[in-house]
Design a protein around this ligand. Structure first.
Ligand code: NAG
Ligand code: NAG
Length: 455
């Protein structure tokens, strides 16, 4: 295998074309790892050569490894380009994400995978159990992008023998258009079912969320639902950490700007760093001070956000997160972990959707491709896809004063039945200390856990 790499003249192109899928896959992994090394070391010539080799083998409509390699290749190239902000910005200047694309890609993720549906089943069941006997229910949805979850809940509530409770849903989402759409569908359904219902839209990014806008009132029973959202707040923890210790910035941002200007000379990056250090006067107990005191914008970090949620005293908070390790300190850590977990996601599609499916290509490119790019090419507050494993979340919630609520046997039975009806052997569910891990084969992909404020 290795003997292929030194010379890449035209004869090897022939060799490449004849490679079998597995052989090519292994070789692509080898190339991606060495390319990441070059990128991390700021060695542009070698990165250029390796990217060229990868591009000969990768393909967005090929087999699993060829498809994944395409997005990792793009991400590594994007990371290099970022060392020339002018060029990067120029190439990026007409890029835009259309709301319609965003809605479409979320819909495709919902339809092509069972993950969100299982999360909805378990979340709703945990809410229903926690809300038993309550007459006024308020649910805060931290990612109100999909009406299906709450339509299902409305239907269950409407069948209550003692009449449906009064339900208010506060939906948080960055885009007003998406909230409008969800509000419309839910109001329509509630009218049909004759349930007293209100939708309170809060158009905001999570990190800028004004908790007063959630309008939590005394006398109502509160539930919080967060699906694939909380990890984005870790970006602000990182920002604060880097302000505290500029060395971290250097080591986690492999290439930085040193490659462009000789060492020793002040680079823009160095100047910015100095500025940050000067701007921050360490207090005597700086090691124990809360990172939130260091963030300059109004953005909340994880700790303050969880504390604020705790302060709302929810009867239950149900959290779904990617169960992956994509928040490692170095590019190499993240590349390796992301390769494995996205390989599993792409595998799910490989075994359930045809290779020529346009929908598959869209979800791979517009959802996973963008996530990979964020994990690989971004740093600081720009890097939002900071997926972490369940045990990390356990510690975090515990520290914030939440106690774990085991998911009910009934909820798990429902979810398992749904997964089985999905007709694909690879999808599995694991009960992990009262939480659920949804797996592909033996690899955990998503975690679902429920919490309540410990008094
Ligand atoms: C980039 O790599 C290609 C292929 O190996 C090579 O032909 C080209 O000269 C390289 N460009 C630079 C600027 O090194
Ligand atoms: C690239 O363009 C998009 C869309 O306008 C923008 O959101 C993003 O911040 C830009 N990225 C960079 C690094 O400038």
């Amino acid at each position: 295998m290795m003997s292929l790499s030194p010379s890449l003249g035209s004869p090897n192109n022939l060799l490449f074309r004849e490679m079998k899928s597995e052989e090519r896959g292994l070789y692509l992994i080898h190339l991606l790892l060495s390319c990441a090394n070059h990128v991390a070391a700021g060695n542009l010539e070698n990165a250029n050569t390796t990217l060229e080799q990868i591009s000969m083998l990768a393909s967005p409509d090929g087999d699993t490894m060829q498809r994944i390699a395409t997005y990792f290749m793009e991400s590594l190239a994007d990371r290099i380009l970022k060392t020339w902000p002018g060029i990067h910005r120029a190439l990026n200047s007409t890029k835009m994400t259309l709301i319609s694309d965003e809605i479409l890609v979320q819909k495709l993720f919902f339809e092509l995978f069972p993950f969100l549906k299982v999360a909805f089943v378990l979340t709703n069941q945990a809410i229903i159990e926690a809300m038993e006997g309550e007459k006024v229910i308020h649910i805060i949805d931290l990612n109100a992008a999909e009406a299906a979850q709450w339509i299902a809940l409305l239907r269950v509530l409407s069948a209550h023998p003692e009449g449906p409770p009064h339900l208010r849903i506060t939906g948080v989402h960055q885009k007003k258009e998406i909230l409008d759409e969800v509000a419309h569908r839910l109001t329509e359904e509630a009218e049909k079912l004759d349930i007293p219902f209100q939708f309170n839209p809060v158009a905001s990014k999570l990190e800028n969320l004004d908790f007063d806008k959630l309008r939590v009132k005394t006398g109502e029973a509160l539930a919080i639902s967060s699906i694939l959202q909380l990890h984005t707040l870790l970006a602000w923890d990182d920002e604060a950490m880097q302000r505290k210790s500029p060395l971290l910035l250097k080591s986690s941002n492999g290439i930085h700007l040193q490659r462009v200007l000789p060492m020793g000379q002040s680079t823009l990056g160095d100047l910015l760093e100095k500025d940050m250090v000067n701007g921050y006067t360490p207090s005597p107990d700086s090691t124990s001070s809360s990172p939130s005191s260091l963030t300059t914008s109004n953005s909340m970090n994880m700790e303050s956000f969880l504390n604020a949620l705790w302060g709302l005293s929810p009867k239950v908070m149900v959290v779904t997160e990617q169960d992956c390790n994509h928040n490692g300190p170095t590019l190499m850590d993240r590349l390796l972990e992301a390769l494995y977990s996205y390989a599993a996601l792409f595998d799910c599609l490989e075994s359930t959707v045809s290779r020529t499916s346009l929908e598959r290509l869209r979800v791979e490119k517009m959802l996973f491709g963008e996530e990979i790019k964020n994990i690989i090419a971004c740093e600081g507050s720009e890097r939002k896809e900071r997926h972490e494993k369940l045990e990390k979340w356990f510690q975090r919630f515990d520290l914030a004063g939440f106690g774990n609520v085991p998911l009910s046997y009934f909820g798990m039975v429902q979810a398992r039945r749904f997964l089985q009806s999905y007709g694909c052997e690879g999808y599995r569910m694991r009960d992990e200390n009262g939480c659920v891990l949804i797996c592909w084969e033996d690899r955990p992909m998503y975690s679902i856990s429920a919490w309540r404020s410990r008094k």
